[in-house]
Design a protein around this ligand. Structure first.
Ligand code: PA5
Length: 445
C-alpha cells in the first residue's frame, strides 16, 4: 500500500499551519465523497477498480488472443493526453527495460502515435510497420482530436492497403464514446470492435478503463494485478482520517504552495521505469489544478541521471520548488557489486553491496541535501515496481488529486484552457467555419 511521509517538510512548516491544511483537505475529502462538488458528473473513475466488468476484461482478452493467432507483433496505440499517458506509463513501468532489444518476445510491442504532429515520426512509424505484423488501437473520447485523427487516417489507410478492408476490421479496435462522435460513427460503418470511454470518466482519469487496459493487455502485462492494487487503494483511501495518505499529500502540497509560496512540485524517481509515471502525473495535476490563475506547476526529474543536470538548480537556484519523491522500497532484481584487486576506482568499500543500496543512499543523501538547500521533501513510498503497487499508486494520485484541487478551490475535472491552442491551430490551418478567426490571427502575424 502507498505510504506518505511528510517529515521532510518539518523544518519549513509549523504544526498549527499543517493542522489547518489537514482540516481543509478533510473538508475537500467530504466534497469528493459526497459527489456534490464542481465537476461531479466526472466521478466515474472513483469506483472503476471495484466495479470493473468481467465481460469487458474477457473482451480485451479475446482481442489479444485473436491478434496473437494472426501473428501480430506490433500494436500501434493512437491517442493523446489522457488517451495515451496512462497506458504509456504502465507499459513503461511494467516492461523489461530492454524489452525492445531482447530477442525473446512474449507479447507484441506496443508503440504510440497520435500524440504529436511530427511528419518524421509518422513516416518512421510506417518504416517500422513494414517490418512487422500490425494491429491498431485508436483511442479518442471525443473522436475529434486532431493529432490522433491525423495519425489514424494514415495508419488506417496503411492497414487497409496491406491487409484488405475485411482483415483491417479485425486489426483495428476503437475506444471512444458510447454513442456520439466521428470515431464512433466510423467504427459502426467499418465494423470495428469498440470499447466505451464512460461518459463520467475524463481522459486523465481513464487509465483503468479500456483506454489504458487494452494497450496494457496487448503488451502482455498484468492487468488483473493492476486492478487489484487499485482496488486495495480504493478501499483504503475511502476512510476519512487525518492519516489517510491522500489527505496527508493533498494537505501538505497545498500548505507548501499557499502557505510557503512554493509554486513548483517536482516528482522525483530513482528508477527509469517510473519516468512515464511522472508524465502521467503531470497531466493529472496540471490539467486538474492549473486554472483560474491557480495551481502548482508539476515538473519531474529522473534520478540519479538528473542530479547531474538539474541537481545544481534544485540545490541552489531560485527557491520555487518542493519535491515529492517516489520511494521504492526494494528492487525486484539483484545485482551485487564485485571486488576488484586493483581498486583503481576505489569502490572496493562497496563490494558485496547491492546496487539498490547505493541507489537508496543516493536518494537519502539527496533528500537531506535538498532540505538543507530549502527544498521541502514529501515521500510517497511503495514496496516495489509491480502491477499491484502501480495500480495502487495511480489510484492514490487520482484520489489525492480530487482532494487537492477541491482544497485549492478549483474544479478538478474540467480543462477549459486546452481549447485555446486548438482554436488558433484551426484558424491557421484555415479549417472551414474558422474564417473570422483565420482573418484575425493572420492580422497578428
Ligand atoms: O484529460 C483529458 O481529457 C484530455 O487530455 C484528453 O484526454 C485529450 O485531449 C484527448 O482527448 P480525446 O480522447 O477526446 O481525443
Amino acid at each position: 500500500m502507498i505510504k506518505v511521509d511528510v517529515k521532510g517538510c518539518a523544518s519549513f512548516v509549523d504544526a498549527k499551519q499543517y493542522d489547518a491544511y489537514v482540516k481543509k483537505a478533510l473538508d475537500a475529502f467530504d466534497v469528493l465523497e459526497s459527489e456534490k462538488g464542481a465537476g461531479n458528473d466526472f466521478l466515474g473513475w472513483k469506483h472503476l477498480p471495484s466495479e470493473v466488468p468481467a465481460s469487458m476484461l474477457a473482451d480485451i482478452d479475446g482481442i489479444c488472443k485473436d491478434w496473437k493467432a494472426r501473428g501480430v507483433d506490433l500494436v500501434i496505440a493512437i491517442g493523446i493526453g489522457g488517451s495515451y499517458l496512462g497506458a504509456k506509463c504502465v507499459i513503461e513501468a511494467l516492461s523489461h527495460n530492454f524489452a525492445k532489444q531482447l530477442a525473446k518476445k512474449d507479447a507484441p510491442e506496443v508503440v504510440f502515435a497520435g500524440n504529436n504532429l511530427s511528419e518524421e515520426y509518422l513516416a518512421e512509424l510506417m518504416d517500422l510497420s513494414e517490418e512487422r505484423n500490425v494491429a491498431c488501437i485508436v483511442i479518442s473520447k471525443s473522436g475529434t482530436t486532431t493529432e490522433p485523427a491525423v495519425a489514424f487516417r494514415i495508419v488506417k489507410q496503411y492497414i487497409e492497403d496491406r491487409y484488405g478492408k475485411a482483415e483491417a476490421a479485425v486489426r483495428i479496435v476503437a475506444i471512444t464514446d458510447a454513442k456520439k462522435g466521428a470515431l464512433k460513427t466510423l467504427s459502426t460503418q467499418e465494423g470495428y470492435k469498440t470499447f466505451v470511454v464512460p461518459d463520467n470518466v475524463g481522459g486523465r482519469f481513464s487509465v483503468l478503463t479500456p483506454v489504458g487496459l487494452l494497450p496494457i493487455a496487448a503488451a502482455g502485462l498484468d492487468v488483473k494485478g493492476l486492478l487489484e492494487g487499485a482496488k486495495e487503494a480504493e478501499k483504503a483511501l475511502a476512510v476519512k482520517s487525518a492519516d489517510n495518505p491522500a489527505v496527508v499529500y493533498a494537505a501538505m502540497r497545498n500548505l507548501l504552495h499557499s502557505g510557503c509560496g512554493k509554486s513548483v512540485e517536482i516528482l522525483v524517481n530513482y528508477n527509469p521505469k517510473l519516468t512515464y509515471v511522472a508524465e502521467w502525473w503531470k497531466q493529472l495535476y496540471g490539467e486538474s489544478e492549473g486554472k483560474d490563475g491557480k495551481g502548482i506547476y508539476p515538473a519531474s526529474v529522473n534520478n540519479t541521471a538528473d542530479l547531474h543536470s538539474m541537481g545544481q538548480f534544485i540545490q541552489e537556484g531560485s527557491r520555487l520548488m518542493f519535491e515529492t519523491v517516489l520511494h521504492v522500497e526494494k528492487a525486484r532484481r539483484s545485482v551485487v557489486i564485485g571486488s576488484d584487486p586493483q581498486n583503481l576506482d576505489q569502490l572496493n568499500f562497496l563490494s558485496g553491496k547491492h546496487v539498490e543500496h547505493c541507489n537508496h543512499m543516493a536518494e537519502l543523501g539527496t533528500r537531506l541535501a535538498h532540505i538543507d538547500g530549502g527544498v521541502p521533501q514529501i515521500e510517497v513510498a511503495f514496496e516495489q515496481v509491480d502491477a499491484r503497487n502501480l495500480g495502487a499508486l495511480l489510484y492514490f494520485f487520482e484520489f489525492a488529486c480530487g482532494i487537492s484541487a477541491y482544497a485549492l478551490g478549483v474544479n478538478p475535472f474540467n480543462q477549459p484552457g486546452v481549447e485555446a491552442y486548438k482554436k488558433n491551430m484551426f484558424a491557421l490551418l484555415e479549417k472551414p467555419g474558422y474564417e473570422e478567426a483565420t482573418k484575425a490571427i493572420k492580422e497578428r502575424l
